[in-house]
Structures are given as structure tokens and as C-alpha cells.
Design a binder for this molecule. Structure first.
Ligand SMILES: [Zn+2]
Length: 312
């Protein structure tokens, strides 16, 4: 199996106020996972997404507003949790660009799997709104790019971040062929993700989890409910919104998932990808706010993607 890791050090320069959980130190934390698992892998540079790529999901007025807001020299607040400073536009464009390049590499046969090690995350950003630390809806943009550029019809985003990806859901809601499946703590931020939220074409699958649910609960949710539902849609490409904030030590999430379970879930997703999508997977870093748990969880996820086995 071949894997590409796409990144840019600008991900470590996206500024937020002091003590904000989505902080620059998350970048070296995820890169520690990369170097632990794939010490000899040459990294692939993340390109800046074009405005046309952003417009696959976002409104022109929203894109304009982000370009405008990030001209300021000081850090500006975009929503109660979301901030942007001088390097934030470059970082967010590289995040969306990495996601699109990952699609190109996996669909072009340059890699079986691609992992984007970027911040800020993307799954809360809605077509016309920054939200929950996120500026651009990277997973949704990548899925639309796979259809726009490569002619795919059915693309699935699988999201195991502890938060519901309201942004991805909003982008996919009335798009036949764009499939969103999510496990997430509920009730919890952002408040969406009830099982009854199914999309205009029954293309959305939400599986709410309870506070305190552990790795076995997470695996059961996916193997018994979400993965069979996704498989029935026959997706041609699997995009993972890989958030590691369901880890038991995460300061934001209230779930109790262990490192090994993130690996086991990754292996189950890989089996699905083999059955439906010729094994093609793009994984995008979303949340994960305890640095040590983020490194260990991302390392196990990457080890599975690269070698097909859990990290020892
Ligand atoms: Zn999250």
C-alpha cells in the first residue's frame, strides 16, 4: 500500500488567541505521528486551493468575507469560537488545497491513500459561515472536487470526530451522490446530528453517541450501522474526517475512546473502501485537542492506513 502525506508548515502559523484549544502546537503533534510511523516518507507540499475550488461549496460572498477579514494584522473573531489572523488565510487555503491534491493523487493512482496533516479543521464550516474553529469545508470541497474534476458520481465522507460535522452535512444535504456518515456525541456542540437528519436524498447517516461511550461503542456504531449504510450507497471514494477528540483524555469531548479503537475503526473503514471504492481513501485531520492523545491516535490511524495493521 502506498500513502502520501500532504502538509505545509503554514498549518502551524494559523493564529488563535492564547489558550484556544485549536492551537498551533497541534501541528507538531500531528507531524510527530507522521515521523513516528513514516520516518522515511517524503512529504508532499500542500498547494493553495483556488477560489474556484472553494466555490464548489462556499458562496462567493463568504469567500470574499474571509479574504477581507484576514487582511487585518491582528487576530479577528469570525464566530464565538473561530478566529483568523495573518497566516490563517494561507493555512486554510493550503488545507483545502491539500484535500483536493489528495483526491487527485488517490484517483490518479499516485497513492492508494492520502492523509492531509493540516489545521484549522474544516467540518463545521458551512457554505456561508465560519464556525467551530473552521474556515473552509475541506472534506466537502474535496468530495465536490472529485466529482467536478474526476467525474465521480458518489463520494462518501466518514466522520468520527466527537463533534457533528454540521458544515459537511449542510454542503451535502440536497446533493444526490454525496454521502455523509457521522458518529458524534449528542447533545453536544454544535447541536446538529440527530438520527432523523437524513438529507434530501436519504444521503446522510447520523449516529449520535452518549457521553462516556467508549471504543467498543464507537466500533459498534460503525460496524453495525454506519458502514453498512455507506456500503449500500456504493461510494467510489472514501474521505475520512479524522478527528481524534473522542479520545478519553480530550479536554473538549466527553467520550472515552482509546488509541487502539481509532486504529480498529480505521481498519474497518479500509475494508469498506476495498469493497466499494477500490481501496481509495483520503483522510483529513479534523479535531483532537490533547496533544499526546492526538499524536498517539493519529499515529495508529496512519499506521493502519500505511501498513494495514495496528501500531504495536
Ligand atoms: Zn471535534
Amino acid at each position: 500500500m502506498s500513502i502520501a502525506v500532504i502538509t505545509d508548515e503554514v498549518a502551524g502559523r494559523h493564529q488563535v488567541p492564547l489558550r484556544h484549544p485549536e492551537r498551533p502546537a497541534r501541528y507538531p503533534a500531528v507531524m510527530n505521528a507522521v515521523s513516528r510511523v513514516l520516518p522515511d516518507l517524503p512529504l508532499t507540499d500542500a498547494p493553495q486551493a483556488s477560489r474556484d475550488m472553494l466555490a464548489l461549496v462556499h458562496t462567493q460572498s463568504y469567500i470574499d468575507s474571509i479574504f477581507e477579514a484576514t487582511k487585518a494584522e491582528e487576530v479577528v473573531q469570525l464566530d464565538p469560537d473561530t478566529w483568523a489572523g495573518e497566516a490563517s488565510l494561507e493555512a486554510a487555503l493550503a488545507g483545502a488545497g491539500a484535500a483536493c491534491l489528495g483526491v487527485d493523487m488517490v484517483l490518479g493512482g499516485e497513492a492508494d491513500t492520502a492523509f492531509s496533516a493540516m489545521r484549522p479543521p474544516g467540518h463545521h464550516a458551512e457554505p456561508d459561515k465560519a464556525m467551530g474553529f473552521c474556515l473552509f469545508s475541506n472534506a466537502a470541497i474535496a468530495a465536490e472536487h472529485a466529482r467536478d474534476r474526476h467525474g465521480l458520481e458518489r463520494v462518501a465522507v466518514l466522520d468520527f470526530d466527537v463533534h457533528h460535522g454540521n458544515g459537511t452535512q449542510a454542503a451535502f444535504w440536497d446533493k444526490k451522490g454525496l454521502i455523509y456518515a457521522s458518529s458524534h456525541q449528542l447533545p453536544f456542540y454544535p447541536g446538529t446530528g440527530e438520527a432523523a437528519e437524513c438529507g434530501a436524498h436519504d444521503n446522510i447517516f447520523n449516529h449520535p453517541m452518549a457521553e462516556g461511550d467508549d471504543g467498543a461503542d464507537l466500533l459498534a456504531a460503525w460496524t453495525e450501522h454506519l458502514l453498512p449504510a455507506v456500503l449500500a450507497e456504493s461510494p467510489e471514494l472514501i474521505i475520512i474526517s479524522a478527528g481524534f477528540d473522542a479520545h478519553k483524555r480530550d479536554p473538549l469531548g466527553g467520550m472515552a475512546v482509546d488509541v487502539e479503537s481509532f486504529g480498529l475503526l480505521t481498519l474497518r473503514i479500509m475494508e469498506l473502501a476495498q469493497q466499494a471504492a477500490s481501496g481509495r481513501i483520503l483522510s483529513l485531520l479534523e479535531g483532537g485537542y490533547d496533544l499526546e492523545s492526538l499524536t498517539d491516535s493519529a499515529a495508529n490511524h496512519l499506521h493502519c492506513l500505511a501498513y494495514g495493521t495496528l501500531a504495536s
